[in-house]
Ligand binder design. Structure first.
Ligand SMILES: *Cc1c(COP(=O)(O)O)cnc(C)c1O
Length: 223
């Protein structure tokens, strides 16, 4: 399938999800996750009208960035080593994987302007998953006020790869409730209005549960 065909299907699904819960389509940003595919395929996503591209590894990110440059809005969605921050910091528009103070410190030091970050949360508690556990998130965000180049725009999670819709809904609802709680504190450094949740397997459910950024790889650009 062409990226354009996939994109039309996904738009339909997002439209339906929005209708199901009375949301406005404009609230949802789709990040095309291009980690499995070629530069050519990433360009097809741009041509289809998806301007947000996401990569989870340094090498893939830099390869795509070098080829495509500022024609895209760039998201780094994978675990990030502090010593690699300097290699991407001038090119990245959003970081979805802020999960520790040492990383925040390095981003703050290297960035020339505030960087839009999501704090990654391991809602499901699976050991294989990165991110803070729910109980750590509020204190962590509080400590980030010392870093003027970190702007916490929201929370991110990766749900387990399962078909159990109620389980997935439960995870997304927990993240949303935590987002609401932090947003309501009205921190200047952490407006925390966004939710980065939902992938190929579960983006419809994530949108129904309030997601504002869905990260879609395989079903949009392919594997
Ligand atoms: C790979 C990846 C995605 C996209 O996964 P698909 O199931 O292919 O849509 C989303 N988010 C993160 C963090 C990823 O690593």
């Amino acid at each position: 399938m062409s990226v354009m065909d996939n994109w039309q299907e996904i738009r339909k699904t997002i439209g339906q999800a929005c209708e199901n819960c009375g949301r406005d389509l404009e609230e949802i940003k789709v990040v095309a996750v291009t980690k499995y595919v070629t530069i050519e395929r990433a360009r097809e996503a741009l041509a289809a009208g998806v301007s947000n591209l996401g990569e989870n590894r340094m090498k893939g990110f830099l390869e795509k960035y070098e080829a495509i440059g500022d024609d895209a809005v760039w998201h780094f969605i994978g675990s990030l080593q502090s010593r690699k921050v300097k290699d991407i910091i001038d090119h990245v528009d959003y970081i979805h994987s802020l999960d520790r103070k040492s990383l925040a410190k390095e981003i703050n030091k290297r960035a020339k302007q505030p960087v839009q970050c999501f704090v990654q949360v391991n809602v499901s508690g699976e050991e294989s998953k990165h991110g803070l556990v729910m109980e750590e998130v509020e204190d962590f965000i509080e400590t980030l006020k010392d870093y003027p180049n970190i702007k916490v725009i929201g929370l991110m999670t990766m749900a387990p790869h399962v078909d159990d819709e109620e389980l997935l809904r439960g995870i997304f609802r927990k993240l949303r409730a935590l987002r609401d709680k932090i947003r309501d504190k009205q921190y200047l450094h952490a407006p925390c209005k966004e939710l980065s949740m939902g992938m190929s397997n579960d983006y419809r459910i994530a949108i129904e549960e309030g997601s504002t950024f869905v990260r879609i790889g395989s079903s949009l650009v392919g594997q």
